[in-house]
Design a protein around this ligand. Structure first.
Ligand SMILES: Cc1ncc(C[n+]2csc(CCOP(=O)(O)OP(=O)(O)O)c2C)c(N)n1
Ligand SMILES: [Mg+2]
Length: 599
């Protein structure tokens, strides 16, 4: 068949089963947008957003729930550049999204076309994506486009996944080519990367002999849908499971073997158990600094003497941060299943509900839960974020999806709320991008219309992409936002207070005339056509949530929360390397002593 470049894009998206293309058109993308109308019809729906960053976050949220990618389209120049934060967030968290950007006609490139970047290289905006996308392409003729589209899908969906960018010159969108398009099975592999049997035997042998085995699960477990294998293996070994921020939800947190999380934003029980492990099985995770308490020996990990088995799809993660005893490159599900199978052929499962190790796990778990309960039961008014987290959790269904991005709400949902099912805790784990929650929750709701979707978000974060409430209203996407309004970037103020001293907490509050002040976010939501209300007392949370869900459309519950330190957040756990200025005397000396213990 003969297709224009725009039509090649649309046909490939349709054959890949992509349901939505999200973006904002401009003169740089007219050939593509016309093809969407011409060729897309009902097969590919176009979603307009109000900012291109939001388009990528929406696709990101969609993928995390649906497990299939969306496409994003932008015009040339600023439209394309606006996606940068979205693409980088996807890259760090290994989330596939296809970003299609418009650019100068091939025959005009370098002349200074409207919105072209060309002072160093012609039509050079693509270079901005080089460090933040898994792969980038710029077809210089329409005949190259069909193969590039196929390679783009193969690249983003194979191996460690990630975002890709295809930059489309305006003429390439409109020129035509004779093509035969094959189905996805003709150009990209399916099926998992299988582990090496010899390594599985070594891992199995180590785990079989372990007295205090621990499993650490990261986002790779969820990406590989390996949660059943994770649970079976943990129960077989009687091993507690801790997760990273991206891994939260991979293991039910009301399971007696769950010790929640390790790291600087982790839990006391998670840190205690990983630091004492004799054998650690780390799956689909990369030992990032927050997860490890900045590598300070003995705070979260002590590797060695702990013997590490690291299973990951990406060979570059193995041995990167800690020395491994066994490093296995494989799909998390295939790897866990293989270890489990090996163990099953060698012996009987341990009784994971009895024994000294199990008792230790229960004591640690109960100690932590008692701390959380105390925070959650606070009757303080205005409500604390801890109490808010508890009220939201108590209101929601077991399979409700909660979306967080940065600030105290992210940290406290992570630490203090139990998550029971995979893909119900969505968070920008590695890039911690403010502005992510509002659009990502829309993507999540599109992917799971039958599940409750709540964006639990700070006022600062909310204000970075609040314009997407217009998108929510336009398409009737009933996400519910709980905005914890403490009139400021209070996580940062609290960090200053905790590390440098309360008197040095400056520059992170929203003040007018020296007093905290905030726009009325509930009124803002109503101005967009959403349900919106503002509350501040603990016992108002659940009734307000009930009204927000009953409203049936997008809704904002603005919760005026306690803003005074330390009730504004929750106690720190673990350690984090936050450099202290050399002029800070004792604080600096302590920092240097602690830093000296990093490995
Ligand atoms: C885009 C972006 N800019 C800056 C930061 C640094 N940062 C991390 S948390 C935070 C404050 C978040 O404020 P808010 O959303 O109101 O939540 P709060 O901490 O007040 O609960 C900031 C500025 C970030 N994570 N992302
Ligand atoms: Mg705030």
């Amino acid at each position: 068949m003969v297709l224009t470049g725009g039509q090649v894009v649309v046909e490939t998206l349709v054959r890949e089963g992509v349901p939505y293309i999200v973006g904002i058109p401009g003169h740089g993308t007219l050939g593509l947008s016309d093809a969407l109308v011409e060729k897309g019809q009902d097969r590919l729906k176009v979603l307009q957003v109000r900012h291109e960053q939001a388009a990528v976050h929406l696709a990101d949220g969609y993928y995390r729930v649906a497990g299939t990618p969306l496409a994003v389209f932008t015009s040339i120049g600023p439209g394309a550049m606006n996606t940068v934060i979205g693409v980088a967030s996807c890259y760090v968290d290994s989330i596939p999204v296809l970003v299609l950007t418009g650019n100068s006609h091939t025959h005009m490139a370098g002349r200074g076309v409207l919105q072209e970047i060309e002072r160093k290289y012609d039509a050079n905006s693509l270079a901005v994506f080089e460090p933040i996308a898994k792969r980038i392409w710029r077809p210089t003729g329409v005949e190259r486009l069909p193969r590039i589209m196929q390679r783009a899908f193969a690249e983003m969906l194979t191996g460690r996944r990630g975002p890709v960018v295809v930059d489309l010159p305006m003429d390439v969108q409109c020129d035509s080519v004779e093509v035969e398009l094959g189905g996805p099975e003709t150009y990209r592999p399916t099926g998992p990367v299988l582990p090496d049997p010899g390594l599985i035997e070594r891992a199995g042998t180590l785990l079989e002999g372990a007295k205090r085995p621990v499993v650490v699960a990261g986002g790779g477990v969820i990406a590989a849908r390996a949660w059943d294998e994770l649970r079976e293996l943990a129960e077989f070994l009687g091993a507690p499971v801790v997760t990273t921020m991206m891994g939260k939800g991979a293991f039910p947190e009301d399971h007696p073997l769950s010790l929640f999380h390790g790291g600087s934003k982790g839990t006391t029980c998670g840190n205690a158990i990983t630091a004492q492990a004799d054998v650690l099985l780390a799956v689909g995770m990369r030992f990032a600094d927050e997860t490890t308490s900045s590598y300070r020996q003995g705070v979260t990990y002590a590797i060695p003497p702990t013997r590490l088995i690291h299973l990951d799809l990406d060979p570059t993660e193995i041995g990167k941060n800690y020395p491994v005893e066994v490093g296995i490159v494989a799909d998390a599900r295939a790897g866990l299943a293989a270890i489990l199978e090996w163990l099953q052929t060698k012996g009987e499962p341990r009784d994971y509900t009895h024994g000294r190790y199990f008792e230790l796990i229960q004591i640690l778990r109960e100690e932590w839960l008692a701390q959380v309960r105390e925070l959650a039961e606070s009757d303080h008014s205005p409500v604390t974020i801890s109490r808010l987290v508890a009220e939201v959790r108590a209101f929601l269904d077991r399979d409700a999806i909660v979306v967080t991005s940065s600030g105290n709400t992210q940290a406290q949902w992570f630490q203090e709320a139990m998550v029971y099912e995979p893909k119900t805790n969505l968070t920008t784990g590695g890039f911690s991008t403010m502005g992510w929650t509002v659009p990502a929750a829309l993507g999540a709701k599109l992917a799971a219309p039958g599940q409750q979707v709540v964006g639990l978000v700070g006022d600062g974060d909310f204000l970075m992409t609040a314009q997407e409430l217009a998108t929510a209203v336009q398409y009737g996407i009933p996400a519910v936002y709980v905005v914890a309004n403490n009139t400021g970037w209070i996580a940062i103020r609290d960090l200053q207070a905790a590390v440098y001293g309360e008197e040095r907490a400056v520059g992170a509050e929203f003040l007018t005339g020296g007093e905290p002040s905030s726009p009325n976010l509930a009124a803002l939501a109503r101005a967009f056509g959403c349900h919106g209300e503002r509350i501040s007392a603990p016992d108002e949370v659940r009734p307000a949530l009930a009204r927000a869900f009953a409203a049936g459309g997008p809704a904002v519950v603005e919760v005026m929360v306690e803003r005074d330190y330390p009730l504004s957040g929750s106690p720190a756990v673990g350690w984090w390397d936050v450099p202290v200025p050399a002029y800070m005397g004792e604080r600096r000396e302590r920092y240097e002593r602690e830093r000296a213990e990093e490995r």
